[in-house]
Design a binder for this molecule. Structure first.
Ligand code: HEC
Length: 126
């Protein structure tokens, strides 16, 4: 909270949520910022105990990405095991509401479109 400008954001949120025209399609929970879609409460209950929900809402990726993150937290950060059903709900929610951002990153160029490598390469044969 070093910048006084940060205070404007929560207030803006309140104004926007209070405006029916703008709150239409996607509602977010004012306390956590999580998109209010099916399963969001399960995610709130299981994913905001150790860190802010911002870590969740600022991340995005495939179902596989989210599953890997959960495994990483379970292996190294003390995250508990989920019942299979709970994990399904969490992964469904995360992958559909915080899925891969398709247009923020272009896919890698195919090899055939890459310029020739200007550097000598080590072939191991000479
Ligand atoms: C038991 C504690 C705990 C719980 C519960 C927890 N996390 Fe985490 N999570 C962590 C820790 C510790 C970090 C690393 C925080 C940091 O780097 O500041 C982390 C980091 C993250 C990150 C950032 C990873 C990165 O690459 O920077 C995401 C995203 C995340 N958690 C999502 C979740 C989700 C989704 C859930 C619910 C399924 C969850 N967390 C529940 C402990 C937890």
């Amino acid at each position: 909270m070093k910048f006084s400008g940060e205070l404007a954001m929560p207030m803006l949120g309140v104004v926007l949520l209070g405006t029916p025209l703008l709150s239409g399609a996607q509602q977010t929970d004012p306390a956590t910022g999580l998109i209010k879609a099916e399963g969001w409460e399960t995610v709130r209950n299981n994913c905001t105990a150790c860190h802010s929900a911002d870590l969740v809402t600022q991340n995005s990726g495939t179902r596989n990405h989210w599953e890997n993150l959960i495994r990483w937290m379970q292996d190294t950060q003390g995250l508990w095991e989920f019942q299979a059903e709970t994990e399904e709900t969490i992964l469904d929610y995360l992958s559909s509401n915080y899925g891969p951002k398709e247009d923020t990153r272009r896919p890698a160029l195919p090899r055939t479109l890459m310029p020739d490598n200007p550097y000598p390469t080590v072939t191991g044969s000479d």
